[in-house]
Ligand binder design. Sequence first.
Ligand SMILES: O=C(O)[C@H](O)[C@@H](O)[C@H](O)[C@H](O)COP(=O)(O)O
Length: 247
Amino acid sequence: MSTPEIFRSADKDSLVEAVTERFITTITAAQAARGTASVVLTGGSNGIALLEALAKDSGDIDWSAVDIYWGDERFVAADDSERNAGQAQAALLDHVPVNADRVFVMASSDGEFGDDIHAAAADYAERLAARAGEGETVPQFDLHLLGMGGEGHINSLFPHSEATGESRASVVAVTNSPKPPPKRITLTLPAIARSREVWFLVSGAEKAEAVAAGVAGADFMDWPCAGAHGTESTVWFVDPAAASNLP
Ligand SMILES: O=C(O)[C@H](O)[C@@H](O)[C@H](O)[C@H](O)COP(=O)(O)O
């Protein structure tokens, strides 16, 4: 488990610029070392702004050799504008030469499992396991991106929820999310822990308390963000407002 690193930016725009630059460096380095890279995307304003910036310039990233996953998804119809996958498609994936076989979208509520959210979550767990090494259920991600809510939720892991307390399964269904829509599919803390790097992309004063709790290593049932760590690095990209409760 890595010690949190804090990257303070002057504002939200320069936060996205810094993340974009470091994303390019990290993914090209992974490809240079292993011929391939894997990244877990996040929704939210900063997560999508990063993808838009990458669509304009992603340096030497070989997009055909990147595995793309999502940390969570809203279990709604495929064409619902709330879907993280649809937003990522429009922001980036439609504009770069990704390999469609390496883009792992979580099922929608009108997909092959219909409204069976548990089957849809189990399917994602199986697809992760199929890409994992022997004896593992989750591939080693090079990078897991995370947005965060003001109460410290990451992916669809909300405070004091069963999903946040999950200690074994890699993917679970959430049927009572306090933030709409209620039905979601999410990677769990043990799945996030398979990441070399975990990056939080956080701006705004309403996130300041959660940032401080996450960096200080609070109880993850109170502040789910405090339970997410990369094996090599954990980086909090914060603007001045989000950093305002840090020592
Ligand atoms: O799951 C959701 O309902 C939200 O999309 C949420 O998880 C979002 O990613 C964070 O709240 C960060 O959002 P911002 O980057 O816009 O602050």
